[in-house]
Design a protein around this ligand. Sequence first.
Ligand code: HEC
Length: 152
Amino acid sequence: MKKFLMVCSLLTAVAFAGSGVAFAGPEKDPMKPRVPKSDRGTAKKMKSPFGKLEDAPADIVAEGKKIFEGKGTCVNCHGKDGDGQGPAGKVLNPGPRDFTNCKFHKRRKDGELFWIVKNGSPGTGMVSMIPATITEEDGWKVLAYERSFCKK
Ligand code: HEC
């Protein structure tokens, strides 16, 4: 089942490539919010079960890394270094988020990131990952790892 889902996310990327986009599209302005206005207020208030993501304990971040590179399939698009240069990410337009960008992290509340992992970013290759691919708890853990790509 996990393999199947992994193939599905890759196929999503390939479908985008097939639609005429043959090279890595530029990242859409990461400073602009992604959660639709109707849900943004509620999304901003959502909190992880282990406090602020940027202060998450090392063992949670380590579990998040496993999910990012494993069953979450995030690595395929966001890249091993979190810079948006994953093999499937290269064919997407807009391109995947570059998680090494600290300004981006500062701009987003934890809950807004979670909303996107749960619902996807409308009109992009970032599709809903919860519950089909990962659980809500996995979602928070993987986001703790994504926050750690910003080295202050
Ligand atoms: C098929 C490719 C693909 C996969 C797999 C993928 N993403 Fe993404 N992701 C994207 C793209 C493309 C964007 C940029 C969307 C946009 O600009 O709105 C993005 C954006 C994001 C964002 C930024 C949302 C924001 O507020 O700007 C987060 C957080 C994110 N992804 C988390 C994840 C996590 C966690 C996983 C794995 C569980 C994952 N992604 C898997 C393609 C992917």
